[in-house]
Design a protein around this ligand. Structure first.
Ligand SMILES: C[S@@+](CC[C@H](N)C(=O)[O-])C[C@H]1O[C@@H](n2cnc3c(N)ncnc32)[C@H](O)[C@@H]1O
Length: 273
């Protein structure tokens, strides 16, 4: 495509895509990848467990959502929805949604296995099929936000479906990781891309159709998108790599984790009425 970044493989480019292109790519990618993703990460994520990130931070210790008993909670980009099921066991009223039918099939299978069932919805985070003010809390662990072109619109859509005083928490790959190759080893310690290059990473087929799209925003971009939607930022959590944690997840590894952050978790509130 002629606009690869340094170190990019053939079939990869850095170029703008529309939301429609990103949606098509994400749906196809996650449908096709769902079995492999669950085979690789399912044990780490558990069937009824809320893990925020490859560093292994759990909501049971982090408490980023605040009190959940009786709360109406929406999980975006839920994948197999282990976190939604964990919240259900904590007496929350949870709905899990995802763009991908393939990922939601794993959510249904895990519900069968565990006996813990939550409502599942197939939808796009850019057009949530829920009434204004219908949730106390919305969250996602690495879902939806990095995959849409217009993430500012996701912030507005989440703001809409939250009640006044409600909470929005989302984890993403830490923006600093954008400057490195996706390599858990020594090769992933060398800065090769500009932190300020917001062009998305696009894998495409030989005809140029995007097959996988991942977006980058700087830390400042993310904060500005939250504030512009009306949120008040409460915390930005950068989980440290725990001593003794050996599990490699893609580009997340003990080697890199002890040097710089791999995950950013933004915690924001919709102001009270
Ligand atoms: C990295 S997976 C994370 C899944 C799960 N939260 C977890 O922790 O394993 C990203 C998820 O985001 C979903 N996703 C991507 N774009 C989306 C969109 N526009 N709306 C809703 N979900 C989306 C994908 O289908 C996929 O299930």
């Amino acid at each position: 495509m002629g606009d690869e970044g340094p170190g990019d493989e053939p079939g990869v480019s850095r170029r703008p895509v529309t939301d429609a292109e990103a949606r098509r790519a994400s749906r196809g990618w996650w449908d096709a990848d769902a079995d492999a993703y669950q085979a690789e990460h399912g044990d780490f994520l558990g069937d009824v467990e809320f893990v925020w990130c490859p560093e292994g931070l759990r909501e049971s210790t982090a408490g980023l959502l605040g009190p959940v008993v009786g709360a109406r909670i929406l999980e975006l980009g839920a994948g197999a929805a282990a976190a939604a099921r964990w919240l259900h066991t904590r007496e929350a009223e949870v709905v899990a949604m995802d763009l991908s039918a393939g990922m939601l099939r794993h959510a249904a299978a895990a519900a069968e296995r565990s006996g813990v069932r939550v409502p599942l919805a197939q939808a796009d985070a850019l057009a949530l099929p829920f009434r204004t003010g219908s949730f106390d809390t919305v969250f996602t662990a690495f879902g939806a936000v990095p995959f849409v072109a217009d993430s500012a619109a996701v912030m507005r859509e989440v703001f809409r479906v939250l009640r006044p005083g409600g909470r929005w928490a989302f984890s993403v790959t830490h923006p600093i990781r954008w400057i490195f190759l996706d390599d858990p080893g020594e090769g992933g310690l060398l800065a090769v891309h500009s932190y300020f290059d917001r062009r998305p990473y696009v894998e495409h087929d030989p005809g140029g159709t995007p097959r996988y799209v991942e977006q980058h925003r700087t830390v400042g971009d993310r904060i500005r998108e939250l504030v512009a939607a009306g949120f008040v930022l409460r915390d930005l959590v950068e989980p440290e790599w725990p001593a003794g944690h050996r599990q490699v997840w893609g580009q997340w590894s003990p080697l890199r984790g002890r040097l710089f952050p791999g995950t950013a978790i933004f915690v924001a509130d919709k102001p009270p009425a």
